[in-house]
Design a protein around this ligand. Sequence first.
Ligand code: NAD
Length: 409
Amino acid sequence: MPVAAVGAVEGVGVSEIVVERRMRGFISLTAHPDGCAANVRDQIGVVRAGVDGRYANALVLGSSTGYGLASALAACFGLGAATLGVCFEREPEDAKTGSAGWYNLAEAHRQAAAAGLHLETINGDAFSEAVKDRVIDALRRRFGQLDLVVYSLAAPRRSGPDGESWSSVLKPIGSSHRGKGIDLRRRQVVELSIEPATPEEVDATINVMGGEDWQAWIDCLDDAGLLADGCRTVAYSYIGPRITAPIYRDGTIGEAKKHLEATAGRLRHRLAARGGGAWVAVNKGVVTQASAAIPAVPLYLSILRPVMSEAGVDEEPIDQIVRLFADHLGPGRTPTLDAESRIRLDDRELRDDIQAEVLRRWDAVTSENVGELADLDGYTRAFNQLFGFDVDGIDESLPTDIARVVPSA
Ligand code: NAD
């Protein structure tokens, strides 16, 4: 694939438009390039202040948004690692904007080039053999052995090597679930009623979001001789509170996360023999495209965020990842593990005092008092910011160039 210039080519093919918001449910059909760029610059600032040490080479799977973007920025701008990211994003086309992840990476590439850092991106289906081959080829030609592999895919579907495909579902297991949720547009607390998953749906969710693909990545990288002695790999999990347990930890996605955690155990055994390791980091609940789709989670986060902020302990993905690298995974750091060998970054979310206050508000919340007990505006703003909207200092009424480029590895 050709390596294109970063940013719009001066005077040629510059497509300036006023970007309009077009939200559909928990998806935004458009993204604002300037807002996304500002978000990325902010995150780079946090990384530069909080991460030190050096890794030579890092691979981040799911590098364009959420926890994976934060990980790629921390690896590249914090640890100075030559960083290869893989993501599945939409390029801009004529008057159609690209996706937020596209614009995030366009800015990350621009900043990396300006700082003399090595960042490359492969935009394609990370589950596929073709993308695995492209990654191996790129690593062989321009990187070298990896010190760090971050697995941060959040995907609704996966196709396997033999043409089979699976869709993940977000459902309880065993019995139906009735509980609170939020209709953000109408600002109404609603009752969710979700039927239990079939055994096939449980298996399909494990196939998409469990550890099989992480294992496949480590296997093919290892077979290609691309894991350095001491290589560390991490995948991200979530446990969450009792409130979301029926739909999250005890539901289909929780089964997938347990499979991911079991995979870490198998990989750790293998990598530890060469001075490295594999872990799952249990991260805190944050507003991302993936979490917005999980029933009950938007209401839970609308309550959690102000409670954690008032206690002075709220964190964004970038703060969590800085903590992950600084305390556990960076060069020379020894991860601190729980009884099940997991790194816990959800310690503040699950603190007794935080959860007691969240539970008090959760039990009391109704459509009438939701404005006092939850921060719906804050949640909506954080959600819009994922797509580059509502970002401080960005005038959305001005036209902007949407034809930004992510150089393709
Ligand atoms: P996200 O939606 O922000 O990011 C998902 C990433 O995966 C993007 O970079 C996207 O391009 C990429 N991706 C999706 N499908 C792909 C494919 N087929 N090929 C290549 N790339 C693909 O998600 P997130 O919330 O940051 O989640 C990342 C991980 O963190 C997940 O494992 C999630 O369960 C975990 N996690 C999330 C939360 C949370 O509250 N958001 C909390 C704890 C753990």
